[in-house]
Write a protein that binds this ligand. Sequence first.
Ligand code: PLP
Length: 387
Amino acid sequence: MAANSGRHFLQIPGPTNVPDSVLRAMAQPTIDHRGPDFAELAQDVLRRVRPVFGTDRPVVIYPSSGTGAWEAALVNTLSPGDRVLAFETGHFATLWRDMAEGLGLVVDFVPGDWRRGVDPAVVAERLAADEQHGIAAVMVVHNETSTGVTSRVPEIRAAIDEANHPALLLVDTISSLGSIDYRHDEWGVDVTVSCSQKGLMLPPGLGFNAISEKALTAAEGARLPKSYWNWTPILEANERSFFPYTPPTNLLYGLREALSLLEAEGLPNVFARHDRHAEATRAAVRAWGLEVLCADEREHSSSLTAVRLGEEHDANKVREVILDRFDMSLGAGLGKLTGRVFRIGHLGDFNDLTLAGTLAGVQMGLELSGVPIDPNGLQAALEVLRG
Ligand code: PLP
């Protein structure tokens, strides 16, 4: 029977738990989006969101999900028939590939086993072979939310530079922004795609594009049809601290508060906290005698952990037991991982005891589901947390 007292544990890898102060910040009257108070709000969030992306340049904010921000990155920089290089790192990389094809791009999709990130050596190889520079962009998902595997963006950038190739670098940071170290400017990313409902601790509804100088130049010649997603009128209106359409005012109030929380903790501390919680989670998984899906030590995600179960156990059944008995939601296996993994989100508004409670629930749920585990898993995590 589901516990119906106390708080629900929302431990999916996004949407994440929204802090009370963010909820309160959003519970304000919606104001005139052409008036002076709105201009002040817009100016403030448009400026303060930049450091979270590691950029000094403009960040476009859309009233959209992450999928909209994906589309914006493609339609603003590319033309029909352009070739792009993408990598099958998991479910979301595959969906982004599908979108690119749907928009009329030609995708070179490098197959993968959903346990590793983008191999920088393959990037170097593919681009070196493209002597005519036909590849217009490289698409990378920084943190594959379906697998808990990150890609090493600085090494990918170095591979593009090594091949002396002009392709744009487009990076999805939907489940890494505000959780895992990320640097748009320093790493030479051209468009960074993100959204509100994960590390930014907001409800769903805001999409983001951080844009390099090179991407803006590419936008001048990009011929994919666009209207709502077009950066130009948005950047022009943002210059005057307004939007070219009715903005999501209350989400922007929430964003202002979420930025204050991140600033107060300090981004390096936020990243270190996520790293530590991920390490404690992996310690539990290994001590239980189960396997972390990520196969490369350099590529573990700090925002979520995907746990593999043997063929004889259905991960969705385990999730159902945990929801029913302990009122905790865990992430399902997506695409070809359906039933094979469950995903523990440990990102956003999160602390040591949230993690301890989460892992206690997972351990009890595994035991109740008849998955044979060593009960020392939780203890192993607590030892990491105790330090
Ligand atoms: N990319 C990644 C890595 C994601 O995790 C998600 C959603 O979870 C998306 C893209 C799609 O974002 P949305 O569901 O907000 O459209």
